[in-house]
Write a protein that binds this ligand. Structure first.
Ligand code: ATP
Ligand code: MG
Length: 173
């Protein structure tokens, strides 16, 4: 049975990916870690893992069929998650609309009988992996991200690392 590695996420536009990508590069030099490529910068809402390819249409039909509001994220600091050895960008304050979206998505996916990791949602944007240390980032201006769509993304392993392929987009109201 063919499967695909899938997750739901929000992805900022190219300009914000470039800004956060620069911070990732800068932080990777200081931390000895590996920066996330700008085009891969995202915030995961729900990780599904391997899903049989012939169930993707069912998944798409079940997901995003709820009224979720568009919202804004303000990103103005990076943090070090020592246990995971990652440097992340965090949205603060984190609007309740983000948690509502994650919750609605979880319910929809659960009703459609897909299983997923039940761990508590800790919103973060990974910037550097295998980081040994972190120094605070001086954000010249807070990054303001208008979140207007939800994406279903397939993660594809390539010789040059992971490549993300968007399978479907849902507009947020
Ligand atoms: P790599 O694993 O090569 O470093 P990646 O983590 O970007 O690349 P995936 O492992 O496919 O690619 O993960 C896609 C997204 O899902 C990432 O945001 C990742 O943090 C998240 N993720 C991966 N595995 C899990 C998991 N078991 N539980 C929750 N989220 C996960
Ligand atoms: Mg991974």
């Amino acid at each position: 049975m063919d499967t695909a590695r899938l997750f739901f996420a929000i992805q900022p536009d190219n300009a914000i990916q470039a800004t956060l990508g620069d911070i990732a590069k800068h932080q990777s030099r200081q931390s000895g870690g590996r920066p996330v490529k700008p085009e891969n910068i995202h915030l995961t809402l729900l990780f599904l893992g391997q899903i049989p390819v012939d169930r993707i249409e069912i998944l798409k039909a079940a997901s995003g069929n709820f009224a979720a509001q568009a919202f804004e994220l303000t990103i103005q600091r990076t943090l070090y998650w020592k246990r995971n050895q990652i440097i992340v960008a965090s949205a603060d304050p984190c609007p309740s609309a983000l948690f509502s979206l994650e919750n609605a998505l979880k319910t929809a996916v659960h009703v459609a009988k897909f299983s997923f990791d039940e761990r508590t949602f800790k919103p973060h944007i990974t910037l550097v992996r295998k980081a040994k240390r972190h120094t605070a980032t001086d954000f010249q201006n807070p990054v303001r991200w208008q979140v207007t769509e939800l994406q279903l993304i397939q993660s594809i392993q390539t010789e040059r690392g992971m490549r993300y392929h968007t399978l479907h987009r849902w507009q947020l109201g």
